[in-house]
Design a binder for this molecule. Structure first.
Ligand code: ZN
Length: 353
């Protein structure tokens, strides 16, 4: 990974991007894209597309969603506590004891915490209860409702504390790996492909609002009108206790990106990815998916007259938590593989299944 690529990763992991509040991260993506793309486009939904070789053929769209799960301020009570709705799928259990930041309209980031009453005061029944989001509040230290309302507005988004910690063996842990690592991968794949004299046109899109219903890929996919698409998202690593490999497949961190096989994936796109992985000595893992994917691949495949779609995933432990774990080498390999895919496709390529 080059310095500029590492810097881009560090920056996006430190930047908030709850669904609907992606403009801060898109500003960073735009700066990175400007270093390699012939053109950078932003649409009024919020998607950002970096275009390499705009006049080429066919048109390949690389999609990684930039939004992360978060919370949204729903009410501020008279004691100054914030009550929230979830943006995306949280395990409420995991929010207890978290430091958060409220991204206010006019007062910048404000720190807060989520907790519950101390263990000493919990009744035996309460100790067994799993909390719901509606029972959690955010404490920003305000003296009362008036003070809280003077700095926080209804609808302000909230993230858990951003940034990441390095673990051993090139692993990193933090919130929002889902799917900032996907944005990193599609943009870096386009950057690396731009140096391989591609004949295809490459549209690398940082899509918005995936976590609330695969929304940004619908608008950006329609506008780009690609023949080929590769979606990059995270997938569950199954190499930690309590996950059944028979149900979820054998996926390990650091063993390469995961190529999915199943009806949501064009078999010839998959064959091409597998062939290139062998030729370039890029490690990959294969997993199966019997249904439509629960990510942007489901929508991209159905765009207009149908898109030959591939799904390349980054293994992720503890998805949708503040301590998601991924391997840097898996991102790096994924970006290389997709760059080679983009460089290998020509106007004569046929992806009829
Ligand atoms: Zn995702």
């Amino acid at each position: 990974m080059e310095d500029i690529e590492q810097k881009f990763l560090d920056q996006i992991l430190a930047t908030p991007s709850p669904s609907g509040y992606e403009q801060p991260i898109q500003a960073i993506v735009q700066e990175y894209a400007a270093t390699f793309a012939a053109e950078v486009k932003r649409d009024w939904h919020g998607n950002l597309t970096a275009i390499v070789n705009p006049g080429g053929s066919p048109r390949i769209m690389l999609a990684g969603h930039c939004d992360q799960i978060g919370l949204l301020v729903k009410n501020i009570d008279d004691r100054g506590y914030l009550w929230v709705h979830a943006i995306g799928g949280w395990d409420p259990m995991i929010l207890l004891g978290q430091g958060v930041q409220v991204w206010t309209k006019s007062n910048g980031a404000i720190s807060g915490v989520i907790a519950r009453k101390p263990i000493h005061l919990l009744t035996p029944d309460e100790r067994k209860n799993v909390p719901e989001i509606k029972n959690l509040w955010v404490d920003i230290g305000a003296a009362n409702g008036e003070e809280a309302r003077s700095v926080v507005s209804i609808g302000d988004p909230i993230t858990v504390q951003l940034g990441y910690r390095p673990l051993r063996n090139g692993l990193i842990s933090g919130p929002g790996m889902d799917n900032k690592v996907g944005v990193w991968t599609v943009m870096t794949a386009a950057r690396r492909a731009s140096k391989l004299e591609p004949r295809a046109a490459i549209f690398a899109t940082s899509t918005v609002q995936e976590e609330i219903g695969l929304r940004g890929v619908q608008t950006s996919g329609f506008a780009t009108d690609p023949q080929l698409g590769i979606v990059v998202d995270v997938t569950h690593a199954t190499d930690c206790p309590t996950i059944d490999e028979n149900q979820y497949g054998r996926i390990k961190l650091g063993q390469g990106p995961v190529l999915y096989r199943g009806p949501n994936v064009n078999p010839r796109v998959l064959e091409t990815l597998e062939r290139l992985a062998r030729a370039e000595r890029i490690p990959v893992q294969i997993n199966a998916l019997a249904t439509a994917a629960s990510n942007d691949a489901a929508e991209l495949q159905l765009t207009r007259g149908g898109v030959a779609t591939g799904l390349v995933c980054i293994p992720n432990r503890y998805m949708h938590s503040p301590v998601e774990v991924v391997s840097i080498s898996d991102l790096d390999h994924a970006a290389n593989l997709i760059a080679h895919f983009c460089a290998s496709v020509t106007a004569e390529s046929d992806f009829t299944p």
